[in-house]
Design a protein around this ligand. Structure first.
Ligand code: HEC
Length: 250
């Protein structure tokens, strides 16, 4: 019986696995740097400079960035527009209605975006892949297309950093007919960053987006450990106390 159940579980697992790998792009694994303050600070800078034009992060106040090691003064000098205050939430520069008219799509709030997608990996893997798979496509209104999000309405806002790339496909026989298989990238024009630097920068940006989705996750892990230790201590004390109470009765 046990063997049968085990076999069933394995079979279900295999089917689920096969479905996950079927069709679509396999997402690249995002590096996890949510505990690395230098990375988070770099990610915050990229986010404010390149994303906040169109996206908001309504759950995020600028002064929360002190949690990743920035001072009020640094936040003021480097990350705020002149009219903003450190206690403000992160609001998009663009009016959402205008964005809809210009891009044909609403830039979603990015506060919790890292938690909102999963499929071929985690939400972070998706973001990491998405931000690195833009390519030129003149048939699109923005001039750009994306492998992780085909026909996306968002242009490649980081193209000066990454340069222009184009996907390379190879034809392959599959079940008797030819299919195009994605093979890799060809750099068409260089960006200001090398591919390695760009990947690292995107790792930082995604870590920041993850942190923003759950800014207290680091402290929560720490608190959790203390809570567990406390409960362990309490259990021990209760056990000893219990033994002491009943000693004379027995
Ligand atoms: C010029 C305006 C603009 C800027 C700047 C911009 N975006 Fe977007 N973004 C959009 C629009 C419009 C959409 C909606 C796309 C759609 O629905 O097709 C979008 C969608 C997204 C999505 C959702 C994708 C999905 O799967 O639903 C993510 C994630 C995202 N943007 C991340 C970013 C990040 C990170 C930056 C900064 C590097 C950024 N965006 C900068 C306009 C912008």
């Amino acid at each position: 019986m046990k063997k049968l159940i085990l076999a069933l579980i394995t079979a279900v697992g295999l089917v689920a696995g096969a479905q996950a790998s079927e069709g679509g792009l396999v997402w690249d694994k995002a590096p996890n740097k949510t505990n690395d303050l230098a990375s988070l600070q770099n990610g915050a800078k990229l986010f404010v400079n390149y994303c906040l034009n169109c996206h908001s992060a309504a759950f995020m106040r600028f002064n929360r960035l002190k949690d990743i090691g920035l001072t009020d003064q640094q936040i003021k000098d480097n990350l705020l527009f002149t009219t903003e205050k450190v206690g403000d939430t992160m609001k998009a520069a663009i009016d959402p209605k205008q964005a809809k008219d210009w891009f044909g799509g609403n830039p979603p709030d990015l506060s919790v975006i890292a938690r909102s997608r999963s499929g071929h990996g985690t939400g972070a893997d998706y973001l990491y892949t998405y931000l690195r798979t833009y390519y030129r496509d003149d048939t699109k209104a923005t001039g750009w297309n994306n492998l992780a999000f085909p026909s996306v309405a968002m242009p490649h806002v980081l193209w000066e950093l990454q340069g222009e790339r184009k996907p390379v496909y190879a034809e392959q026989e599959e079940h008797g007919h030819k299919v195009e298989i994605f093979k890799g990238w060809q750099q068409v024009s260089p960006g200001t960053m090398t591919p390695l630097q760009y990947d690292q920068a995107m790792g930082d940006l995604v870590s920041y987006l993850q942190w923003m989705g759950e800014p207290s996750q680091n402290s929560r892990v720490r608190v959790g450990v203390w809570v567990l230790l406390f409960l362990l201590g309490l259990t021990f004390a209760t056990w000893r106390l219990n033994a002491a109470f009943w000693k004379d009765v027995k």
